[in-house]
Write a protein that binds this ligand. Structure first.
Ligand SMILES: Cc1cc2nc3c(=O)[nH]c(=O)nc-3n(C[C@H](O)[C@H](O)[C@H](O)COP(=O)(O)O)c2cc1C
Length: 326
């Protein structure tokens, strides 16, 4: 039976074990650049080398897609130098590292954000903002920027790139029937329309990084919202991502985020992850509510899941992996 300490091998990448530290925004960047503070944080988290794969927190691919203050940037070639240092710190400690790339769409912290449609987005401590509908030129620019950012990840020495398509950001917005009112090829009514941008981004990223470089997608597979993305649709979408060239699907939630008010057991998205894995021939990660080694092993044993993400437990205790990976 597979356990968390077992090595993992797939077509494009291999890991010393099945433990993943999922992306967690730290807000420790200075002006988009990698700060000393950030290097120290990732050094502390990866010391001892017991985490198989670290997926570094989301970086913005364009200034107009910035999700929060003090978020790291991968939007410019001048970011590569700092990102190299970050990849080096994680590698020196013995873990592999992917970098997550993101566009916040209607959730961007700018005056006039753009999204799939003219939809309202709630703001913290401020009135809601009405996003503008992206034109085809806007969409093309987003696709090109994802591709350029992925090239920067590779140039910085990361072992792979993860496209953020979860937690209510731009690609989630296109996937959600509630946030995508379009009627064109990116429409919000068919799986093809809702996943078209994802597939175009995956293909452009693939062209930019080459055949052998691992490309993951963090997929907001389900929304616990009436009329939102449904669990049954997730395997169909995942199949399309695989066909477009994705190598790994990291399963989480969509517009309703990474927590599920009605699912408290470890592995909030375990059923969706399992259903996706049965539909595709590429590995999957699940994350959400996993705090103990026993929970991780139980998920690996009982579901079709390849890799386990442990986020907040590692955030709270940097020695989590040291304590649990024997
Ligand atoms: C402080 C914090 C920041 C996060 N930032 C990101 C992020 O940048 N990208 C992302 O995909 N998920 C992000 N997440 C979600 C986590 O990757 C993970 O899915 C979530 O915390 C559930 O896993 P857990 O129960 O093990 O914490 C963040 C979570 C936390 C707590």
């Amino acid at each position: 039976m597979t356990v968390l300490t077992d090595p993992f091998v797939s077509k494009k990448f291999s890991l010393k074990n099945r433990l993943v530290m999922p992306p967690m925004a730290t807000g420790k960047s200075d002006d988009g650049k990698v700060s000393e503070n950030l290097l120290a944080y990732y050094d502390e988290k990866t010391k001892g080398g017991k985490i198989g794969l670290v997926i570094v927190e989301h970086e913005y691919i364009l200034a107009e897609g910035k999700a929060s203050e003090n978020q790291m940037s991968v939007s410019d070639d001048s970011d590569i130098e700092g990102l190299k240092k970050l990849a080096d710190v994680i590698h020196a400690n013995g873990s592999k590292a992917f970098l997550q790339i993101n566009h916040a769409g209607g959730k961007a912290v700018i005056k006039e954000p753009k999204s799939a449609g003219a939809v309202e987005f709630a703001r913290r401590n401020e009135p809601a903002v009405l996003a503008k509908m992206m034109t085809q030129d806007d969409i093309d620019h987003v696709i090109e920027s994802f591709a350029k950012s992925a090239s920067r990840c590779k140039a910085a020495g990361f072992d792979g790139v993860e496209i953020h398509a979860a937690h209510g950001y731009l690609l989630s917005q296109f996937y959600s029937p509630l946030y995508n009112p379009r009627t064109d090829a990116y429409n919000g009514t068919t799986i093809e329309g809702r996943t078209r941008l994802h597939c175009e981004v995956i293909k452009a990223v693939r062209r930019a990084v080459g055949e052998d470089y691992p490309v993951a997608i963090r997929f907001g597979a389900v929304e616990d919202l009436e009329g939102g993305a449904a669990a049954e649709e997730a395997p169909l979408a995942a199949k399309r991502f695989e066909e477009a060239g994705a190598d790994l699907i990291d399963v989480s939630g969509g517009m309703s985020g990474y927590i599920r008010p009605l699912v408290k057991d470890a592995g909030y998205f375990r059923n969706e992850t399992d259903a996706i894995r049965k539909a595709v021939n590429i590995p999957v990660i699940t994350a959400g509510g996993i705090e103990t080694r026993e929970q991780a092993d139980e998920l690996l044993a009982s579901y079709q899941i390849d890799l386990i993400g442990v986020a907040r437990a590692i955030l709270k205790d940097s020695a989590w992996a040291e304590k649990n990976m024997d």
